[in-house]
Design a protein around this ligand. Structure first.
Ligand code: NDP
Length: 496
């Protein structure tokens, strides 16, 4: 489709902003709504239901009722698999509609929405559906006169609270394993990006997920997110977003029913380019592409580029050249590689780091400007700060925008020390051809993900999550299924 095709399609889109509870699209009990504004150009997309604690009560009650009735939890894994795989097919069949909603709602380029977000979301439902009828429970090696069964059971009512940077995919990373395991789910999307979550809920119904097993509640975090966190009848709450809000969820759990909490939080990922890597230009190109992908709105954004001084000048030169591939453009143009930031408030916050960096003594090498202001949208040029010291605020705080800090160092061990000098520990990378150095650095870095001579490799088969204040628990892979299950031990006496 061309840019014009996407614009025409956007103009004729009918968007329903009501929530989804007990299998029905519903307004909030208060009948209040909030405006869903596109960061592309400020257009009003629709009015979304502004739900509150009482709406959450209805959604949780519906999830509880269906869970206890066994309409989903009681079905054979092979039956759940068939439904989840049908849902994956439906997501693929609605690729253009879902991609368009995602791009309009949060600003990412349409070519990324179609080729990455929709594809990865359908793959996620396929993968957990496919996995769930291949997992066996255990018989423990106890004495011959007993039988001890160790079985996994669904948690019950699972709530998922997700952010706006990959709205549909982050929802899928929680909802797919939770449903595969047999739970009933209440999903709360970010207020900036409710639209694909609502369509996902509808498609799940069409695929055969029984009404009430997958509910979507829309509204604001401090109302709806908090109500889910404090709810006495939610058994587990799984969150992706900022570290600050992750801490709130731990408090909510402690203040209520000690529900299980899973957190995928922020990052300030170190990316180390050493002189022992044969192709400095390739390392720098990949680093720039990974940092500016998705407008830099990524928890794994390699925002701290730690460079051995011997290759510093070449790295900065290539970074600056590669950044030219990321000119902010119309997100509905398939040729665009950098879209809009999520909203004006976030854009102001991101641009604020230009002054912060200057005050702290960093050199602005590229960008730092608002772009395409005439569109009414939220665009920021790719930005590179050089000669950053790790204690500076641009190196310590998560910016979540297209901003990259270059931190020169003098040795491998200094690089590891700088890499670990952060409250976060999500992703990291090292570029070197020396095998021992690669192992030394990857063992030395306290992070959930270490890339060697690459960045942002991705596959459903590997766990994703962080050390330190980057979170608790892992998304993706078979390991993620454990979060949505309770482990039960059953002792059976065998005769005399
Ligand atoms: P938040 O952590 O504020 O929001 C994520 C989710 O939590 C949203 O659904 C939000 O709801 C909800 N929420 C917000 N406040 C509360 C609360 N008090 N109680 C319960 N739920 C709440 O992230 P933002 O969207 O505001 O982004 C801010 C920063 O978070 C970014 O700059 C970045 O640093 C980080 N972030 C990290 C992400 C990651 O993938 N690790 C993803 C997105 C953001 P609502 O927005 O509807 O109010």
């Amino acid at each position: 489709m061309t840019r014009e095709d996407w614009h025409n399609r956007a103009a004729s889109l009918q968007i329903d902003g009501r929530g989804l509870i007990d299998g029905k699209r519903v307004a909030s009990l208060s009948e209040e709504t909030f405006a869903s504004i596109s960061p592309i150009d400020g257009r009003l997309l629709t009015d979304v239901a502004l739900m509150g604690a009482q709406d959450v009560d209805l959604a949780v009650a519906s999830a509880r009722r269906t869970f206890e009735a066994g309409v989903w939890s009681g079905r054979a894994p092979a039956e759940r698999k068939a439904v989840l795989r049908r849902l994956a097919d439906l997501i693929r069949a609605h690729r253009d509609e879902l991609a368009l909603l995602e791009t309009l709602d949060m600003g990412k380029p349409i070519s990324d929405s179609t080729s990455i977000d929709v594809r990865a979301t359908s793959n996620c439902f396929d993968w957990y559906g496919e996995a769930i009828d291949k997992i066996y429970d255990e018989v423990a090696p106890t004495a011959a006169n007993t039988l001890a069964l160790v079985t996994k059971e669904p948690l019950g009512v699972v709530a998922a609270v997700v952010p706006w940077n990959f709205p549909m995919l982050m929802a899928a990373w929680k909802v797919a394993p939770a449903l595969a395991m047999g739970n009933s789910v209440v999903l709360k999307p970010a207020e900036q990006s409710s639209l694909t979550a609502l369509r996902l809920g509808e498609l799940a119904l069409e695929a055969g997920v029984p009404p009430g097993v997958f509910n979507v509640v829309t509204g604001l975090g401090p109302e709806v997110g908090r109500a889910l966190g404090l709810h006495m009848d939610v058994d587990g709450l799984f969150f992706t977003g900022s570290t600050q809000v992750g801490k709130y969820f731990m408090e909510y759990a402690a203040q209520s029913n000690l529900k299980k909490i899973g957190l995928e939080l922020g990052g300030k990922s170190p990316n180390i380019i050493l002189k022992s890597y044969r192709d400095t230009a390739h390392a720098a190109q990949t680093s720039a592409r990974s940092a500016f992908f998705n407008q830099g709105e990524m928890c794994t954004c390699p925002s701290r580029l730690i460079v051995e001084r011997a290759v510093h000048d070449e790295v900065v030169e290539v970074l600056t050249k590669t950044a030219a591939e990321f000119v902010p453009g119309d997100p509905l143009d398939p040729a665009t590689t950098m879209g809009a930031l999520v909203d004006h408030r976030h854009t102001e916050r991101v641009l604020g780091f230009v002054d912060t960096a200057r005050e702290d003594g960093a050199d602005l090498r590229l960008g730092g400007t608002r772009e395409r202001a005439e569109t009414g949208g939220c665009y920021v040029a790719p930005t590179i700060f050089d000669n950053v010291r790790n204690e500076m605020r641009v190196a310590q705080q998560e910016i979540f925008g297209p901003m990259l800090s270059v931190i020169p160092v003098d040795s491998v061990d200094e690089a590891i020390k700088v890499a670990n000098d952060s409250c976060y520990g999500l992703a990291s990378a090292v570029w070197t051809d020396d095998l021992s150095t690669a192992h030394h650095v990857s063992r030395g870095i306290r992070a959930g993900l270490v890339y060697v001579n690459c960045y942002d490799c991705d596959d459903m088969t590997v766990p994703f999550g962080g050390f330190k204040q980057s979170g608790i628990g892992r998304d993706k892979s078979l390991h993620a299924l454990d979060k949505y299950a309770e482990l039960k031990t059953t002792w059976i006496a065998l005769g005399r």
